[in-house]
Design a protein around this ligand. Structure first.
Ligand SMILES: [Zn+2]
Length: 257
């Protein structure tokens, strides 16, 4: 005969169990709200840090990727109708971001996306035939339907960049710090190469939650910044690139014929 063991049931037992349940569920989700580019919360762990970030692991169209074996095709040109906007920088710890006022548009094949912000990664996230650059700028746009289009600009060491020359003295040095000044005008166009031939592919956000369905337009021509300009921003944000992801049979279109 088996006897069911009897558990002691102090009056506060149920309350304690309930408390453990609350802490047990709340604690991991609070901790998981953070991610980084290295260590236990680095890119390999993103998909497990939060239930909403599973796409970082399971997605089949993740960014960034190595750009190689592209398909040349005649494509619509990118139409950039950008306005100037007031300096509105924020140090996000892992990036520096410049917010953009409403009204600056990217139009391609009759479809319009509004520029929301641009931000910086060091070194580059995309590589081209294995080559990594020291810096990459992402210009994030959103359509009225909520679709995202990102223009990626690779930056190599070379001449001093005049647009960066104006922005860099205002970079917020501490995480969470903002710097706004309506009298200092920023034009995102100044940080995009004049020749706007591009590579195009379907990918994702390169940070959690790694959502897919992002239209990527990677500029084929690089910008230049001086080694000192690159070093300055790298010193602020540190290594901030997600490693390249599996391509998984995706087609990369090449706007040059
Ligand atoms: Zn980015």
């Amino acid at each position: 005969m088996t006897r069911r063991p009897t558990l002691p049931r102090p009056a506060c037992g149920a309350a304690l169990i309930f408390l453990f349940m609350i802490l047990g569920t709340a604690a991991p989700s609070l901790a998981a709200a953070e991610w980084s580019y290295s260590g236990t919360k680095g890119p390999d762990a993103w998909g497990r840090l939060h239930k909403d970030w599973a796409t970082c692991d399971k997605g089949q169209q993740q960014s960034a990727i190595d750009i190689a074996l592209t398909d040349p095709v005649r494509m619509h040109k990118l139409h950039l109708n950008y306005n100037v906007t007031g300096l509105d920088l924020v140090n996000m710890g892992h990036s520096i971001q410049q917010k953009y006022n409403a009204g600056s548009m990217l139009t391609i094949a009759g479809k319009s996306y509004m520029l929301l912000q641009f931000h910086i990664h060091t070194p580059s996230e995309h590589t081209v035939m294995g080559r990594q650059d020291p810096l990459e700028i992402h210009f994030v746009h959103k359509s009225e339907m909520g679709e995202l289009a990102v223009i990626a600009v690779l930056v190599q060491a070379g001449k001093t960049n005049t647009a960066a020359l104006e922005i860099w003295p205002h970079l917020p040095l501490e995480k969470g710090q903002k710097h706004r000044n309506e009298n200092i005008k920023i034009n995102a166009r100044d940080l995009i190469p004049h020749d706007q031939s591009f590579y195009r592919y379907m990918g994702s956000l390169t940070t959690p939650p790694c959502s897919e369905g992002v239209h990527w337009y990677a500029m084929k021509n690089r910008l230049e910044m001086s080694a000192a300009q690159i070093k300055e921003i790298r010193g602020l944000i540190g290594q901030s690139n997600r490693p390249v992801q599996a391509r998984n049979h995706r087609i990369i279109l090449d706007s040059e014929e």
